[in-house]
Design a binder for this molecule. Structure first.
Ligand code: FAQ
Length: 311
């Protein structure tokens, strides 16, 4: 009966056991997971666009090969996460539809344009860097398929972060013009990277329940602080100026203090009015429509196999 099922679910969560697709779970747990995991999947897929923009213009063959591989990895992460989401009983086409009609969000960061080659470095370093901090925490999430996806994805994201930092390092130690490009890219991507962690804990609608269910293991603000603390020394190694004049080591807290995020900008971007929101969805729709022949071929093949099996 449902009281016993709920008790069994609660016991598993309390004892750090994973919830698996065939296990009973509360409806709201399932819904909240579908929401977060699908938005995570959409982020990976939409996230291919800003960097994809530079594949044809990468400065060397080596940089091009690395970037191509990195963007392909993001596609893989997206597909991996869609599959994990489908284990909760929702179809891929429903998920894609929610993205294209604006019902489902994707990470705000991907609504900013990539204006120079240095942006590719800044994205790998800061955006993948922020993604890893969040995803390392999610390796311990309570839903089995999501947790296992995170373990695999983090390994690849670490490589992405390193390749981005290496691009930034080359530019920051290069000519004055190159150093300026690196500075400009970091300045533009710094604040949007901090926004990736979501609103302050006090404003976070889903955090309470997600923490209780152990879907989320650390709060938005704690993860953001962790990212700032690990990234500031990297800025120092690059020899760039701080993107935020209020960044300052706080001996008492044992953390860096920093300035306040522009939350008005954050809400504008997540509600569809960022610099590239329209362009990103338009591009996704076009790519999806162009791929219809593949889905048609899959359906025809499946029908043929079914017919053969029936004969
Ligand atoms: N952007 O109540 P909360 C990557 C929404 S990594 C857009 O705090 P929650 C790798 C939130 O969805 C990026 N929307 O929500 C890569 C909710 O709206 P809803 C993807 C945001 O879920 C690198 C509302 O605000 N990573 O792609 C954002 O408890 C380079 C209220 O917020 C993940 O998705 C935002 N920044 O906490 C790829 C990680 N922040 O759904 C290519 C998994 C908040 O009610 C290139 N997700 N919102 O309409 C999470 O950890 C969580 O979902 C948070 C938000 C922390 C993002």
């Amino acid at each position: 009966d449902s009281a016993a099922e709920q008790a069994e679910f609660d016991r598993k969560i309390a004892e750090e056991q994973k919830i698996e697709p065939t296990d009973w779970m509360p409806d709201d747990y399932r819904k909240n997971l579908i929401r977060q995991m699908s938005q995570h999947a959409h982020s990976e897929v939409i996230g291919m666009q800003p960097e994809g923009n530079w594949i044809t213009r990468a400065p060397t063959l080596r940089r091009k090969a690395v970037l191509l591989a990195k963007v392909q990895d993001e596609a893989g992460h997206g597909l991996y996460l869609y599959s994990a989401t489908e284990t909760l009983g929702i179809s891929r086409s429903e998920l894609i539809d929610a993205l294209q009609t604006g019902k489902a969000k994707y990470a705000s960061i991907f609504n900013y344009p990539t204006l120079s080659w240095a942006d590719v470095g800044a994205i790998g370093w800061l955006v993948d860097g922020a993604a890893i901090v969040n995803q390392i925490s999610l390796q311990r999430t309570s839903y089995g398929p999501y947790s296992r996806a995170m373990i695999r994805i983090c390994k690849e994201e670490s490589f992405h972060q390193r390749q981005g930092y290496e691009i930034m390092y080359a530019l920051a130690k290069g000519t004055p013009e190159q150093k300026q490009m690196a500075q400009d890219a970091m300045n533009r991507f710094w604040w949007p990277s901090l926004m990736m962690f979501g609103p302050h804990d006090s404003e976070s609608a889903h955090s309470g329940r997600s923490m209780k269910w152990k879907i989320k293991r650390q709060s938005n603000d704690d993860l953001r602080q962790k990212f700032i603390d690990q990234t500031v020394p990297q800025i120092e190694v690059l020899g760039l100026e701080m993107p935020d004049p209020e960044i300052k080591w706080n001996e008492e807290r044992g953390h860096y203090d920093s300035g306040e995020i522009n939350w008005e900008e954050f809400y504008q971007v997540i509600n569809g009015s960022g610099p590239c929101n329209h362009q990103r969805i338009k591009h996704h729709k076009a790519a999806h429509d162009n791929g219809e022949w593949v889905r048609e071929a899959v359906r025809a093949y499946r029908a043929k196999q079914n017919q053969k099996a029936a004969e």
